[in-house]
Design a protein around this ligand. Structure first.
Ligand code: BGC
Length: 758
């Protein structure tokens, strides 16, 4: 008879305590009937270390497909595609014996300098949540669990193991927790990874409100909360807060501390039991998946040559969909196959395609852009010049910059078109530190200026993990392709887009500011004395630039195509689930293409502070030239809600909502309005409620009128040169006692009567 591994009744307390911490860097312990689990990074490829692991888990890993990191993947704005990546990752993880892949990272990109921005999707919670959810569902469809990370408000690398992210409750809910909430609810990740940092002074690993009240009780999470590696400061406090699994293992010292705390009454046996049973349930689930996989004749038992080929092809398809055409003056792109091309820049030969740190994947192979361009170029010659020293990428010392530039200028002037690869090297942006600026190396800009002078038909291709100041590039070059980071098949994908085998449809997941000084957290990043104030509040990314009506270099959601699209006939419908937007999209150009249609919602006259518009829905539509399609996109009621701090819950404000559809946050083509019924929000009246607040509720206003006659005499407005009604509105009702015959007792009775009213 087999035992239910989640039945822990036969285990001692010490055995249970030991279940909720790791055995070593990547595995949990096998205890009684509970099998061991393998967890490993993630997210954009499987980083499975062979043999013994070193204590930091940094040793070389087995080859695996390196898909575009989240910064690139998000530019697809395509949950189906992201779901396919998740499923491919799951297939590789399963074949490599991995039960939980440590991803996706879904923190919001608060500041462009954030060192791990390349591992995150966007500055917007809806885009992040939709794509993160698709990633989790795709992965978990293969029986491999996800680990949604880093929970929460982990938006910088500076002092990451101590720093407190000090953020107000509304901002926390609407910006920093919202994507987590969506993914937990839509995709039920097997695990959630708590972050290193503190939130308003409390370590995430010890935050009962975060790990239990919000995550489990409000959102219904039923999986395992695992610590980020080394994020546990005080294990008993963490277990009591709702942390189930401490990683990595420390050889038993932490388990002993937990047991001592139970003995001392500082932590309950129930808490230890709960954590152990959740880890056991996860292990049982993983064991079930392993069995299913082994019994499935369709499943490859290992990552064989065919899977490697197929996944590389998928990585190329995905990467091409992630390329953003930022600029294309004079329809310079796509390139004619018979024209000659001068390919310039070290990144064309030695591509930059992922970031440094724990997410670093050992790729199965790497497409070299220069070779891929040669493979797709027709009769036209393809020349190459390095243009700048490869110092940026491989650490070698610069050669003679002037000579390299001269050689590149010569090659550019002799060709029909120049394609210049620019960007940042891996060592310039990686986990563990933030960037100090958002500049491209000056030598690259000098090179570009010189090339453009000699060859006006110049295309720039960008590789980077974090946002760059692009104004100087856009001023010089007539065409710019932004690849961000595209994974191992990025080289082929760029060639596909350059020659028009793929019509670009990628969109920015992040605003490109004119200058770093314009960015929302500029004065509050990275903080000091182990604390960072989220002083910009809700106004992150485009919410900030729009609210301040600022110019940006390239707006959130921007991306061009080799064809063009028209938008018409926006119609809105409302029901209990929210608004449905219907819209006709027409391909008005002469090529087949995919358009990402974005829906932004505004709430004019809102009673609360709001961004001028927020992304509430999007969809992709692929159309042949001349063809139209009517798309319908739900803008869910849940997403229309704001966090009402006074009631501590989500509230949909009633009244008119304005919905605009467009090709970017600053290219809104059609607009319509609809009335939405609001949620009932009746806040209890107190003596500190103002007259204005009380008067806003007709029932309360009537009761107030019975008890109190305002002193305003006829014509007093004029006599005192003031708006008496407005002045009165701001008076807390408690103060009425100071102004007139109504005493405090009477006011208290009035408040009780008002609150008793329905
Ligand atoms: C990172 C996590 C990662 C873990 C295991 C930590 O330093 O923050 O994202 O999953 O290490 O490598």
């Amino acid at each position: 008879m087999t035992h239910d591994p989640a039945d822990l009744s036969g285990l001692t307390l010490a055995e249970k305590a030991s279940l909720s911490s790791g055995a070593d860097f990547w595995t949990t312990k096998a205890v009684g009937d509970v099998p061991s689990l393998v967890l490993t990074d993630g997210p954009h490829g499987v980083r499975r270390q062979a043999g013994a692991t070193d204590h930091l888990g940094l040793a070389e890993s087995l080859p695996a497909t390196c898909f575009p990191p989240a910064v690139g993947l998000s530019q697809s704005w395509d949950p189906d595609l992201v779901g396919r990546v998740g499923a491919a990752l799951g297939a590789e993880a399963g074949a490599l014996g991995v039960d939980v892949l440590l991803g996706p990272g879904i923190n919001i990109k608060r500041d462009p300098r954030g060192g791990r921005n390349f591992e995150y999707f966007s500055e917007d919670p809806l885009l992040t949540g939709v794509l993160g959810g698709a990633w989790v569902s795709g992965l978990q469809s293969t029986g491999v669990g996800a680990s949604l990370k880093h929970f929460a408000a982990n938006n910088a690398e500076h002092d990451r193991m101590r720093s407190s992210s000090n953020v107000d409750p509304r901002t926390l809910r609407e910006i920093y927790l919202r994507a987590f909430q969506r993914v937990v609810r839509t995709s039920a990740p097997w695990t959630v990874m708590c972050s290193y940092n503190r939130i308003n002074g409390v370590y995430a690993s010890e935050d009962h409100w975060l790990l239990t009240t919000v995550l489990r009780q409000e959102w219904g999470f039923d999986g395992v909360v695992v610590s980020d590696w080394g994020a546990v400061q005080d294990r008993p406090a963490a277990v009591a807060a709702g942390l189930d699994l401490e990683m990595p293992g420390d050889g038993g010292a932490s388990d002993a501390r937990l047991l001592a705390a139970v003995e001392a009454g500082a932590c309950s046996t129930e808490d230890v039991d709960t954590a152990a049973s959740r880890v056991a349930a996860l292990a049982a689930r993983a064991r079930g998946s392993r069995r299913d996989r082994a019994a499935d004749p369709e499943r490859a038992p290992e990552v064989g040559a065919r899977e490697i080929e197929d996944h590389h092809a998928l990585a190329r398809e995905v990467a091409a969909r992630c390329v953003v055409l930022l600029k294309n003056d004079g329809a310079l792109l796509p390139l004619a196959p018979d024209g000659s091309v001068a390919v310039i820049g070290g990144f064309a030969r030695n591509p930059r395609y992922q970031g440094g740190g724990s997410s670093h994947v050992n790729p199965t192979r790497v497409d070299v852009p220069l070779e891929e361009i040669r493979a797709l170029a027709g009769s036209g010659a393809v020349a190459f010049a390095p243009g700048y020293a490869d110092r940026a990428q491989d650490g070698t010392e610069p050669g003679d910059a002037a000579a390299l530039r001269e050689e590149a200028v010569r090659a550019a002037s002799e060709a029909d078109t120049a394609v210049v690869f620019l960007g940042l090297a891996e060592h310039q942006e990686s986990e563990g530190f933030d960037r100090e600026h958002i500049e491209l190396p000056a030598e690259q800009l000098d090179l570009l200026a010189a090339v453009v002078r000699a060859q006006p038909r110049t295309v720039v291709v960008l590789s980077h993990g974090g946002v760059l100041r692009l104004a100087p590039v856009a001023e010089l070059a007539p065409a710019v392709l932004d690849g961000a980071l595209l994974g191992q098949a990025g080289g082929g994908a760029i060639a596909d887009v350059l020659f028009g085998r793929v019509n670009p449809s990628g969109r920015l997941g992040e605003t490109v500011p004119v200058r770093l000084q314009d960015t929302p957290a500029y004065l509050n990043f990275p903080g000091e004395n182990s604390a960072v104030l989220y002083g910009e509040g809700l106004y992150v990314g485009y919410r900030w630039y729009d609210a301040r009506d600022m110019e940006v270099a390239f707006p959130f959601g921007h991306g061009l195509s080799y064809t063009s699209f028209a938008y018409s006939d926006l119609e809105l419908e409302q029901d209990g689930a929210g608004i449905t937007a219907h819209l006709t999209v027409t391909n008005t150009g002469d090529r087949s293409g995919r358009e990402v249609v974005q829906f932004y919602v505004a709430k004019p006259d809102s009673a609360v502070s709001r961004a001028p518009r927020e992304l509430k829905g999007f969809t992709g539509v692929t159309l042949e030239p001349g063809r139209s399609e009517r798309v319908s996109v739900p803008l869910s009621r849940e997403d229309l809600a704001y966090w009402e701090v006074r009631a501590d819950r989500w509230v949909v404000e009633g009244g008119e909502y304005v919905v605009s559809a467009g090709a970017s946050s600053r290219d809104l083509r059609v607009t319509a309005a609809i009335a939405v019924e609001g949620d009932a929000l009746r806040l209890p009246v107190t003596l500190d409620s103002t007259l204005g607040e009380v008067m806003a509720d007709p029932g309360a206003a009537a009761l107030l009128a019975q008890a109190f006659t305002p002193p305003a005499a006829e014509g007093s407005d004029n006599a005192m040169g003031m708006d008496m009604a407005r002045m009165m509105a701001s008076i807390p009702i408690r103060r009425l006692a100071s102004f007139g015959p109504t005493g405090l007792d009477e006011l208290e009775a009035l408040v009780a009567r008002i609150n008793a009213e329905d």
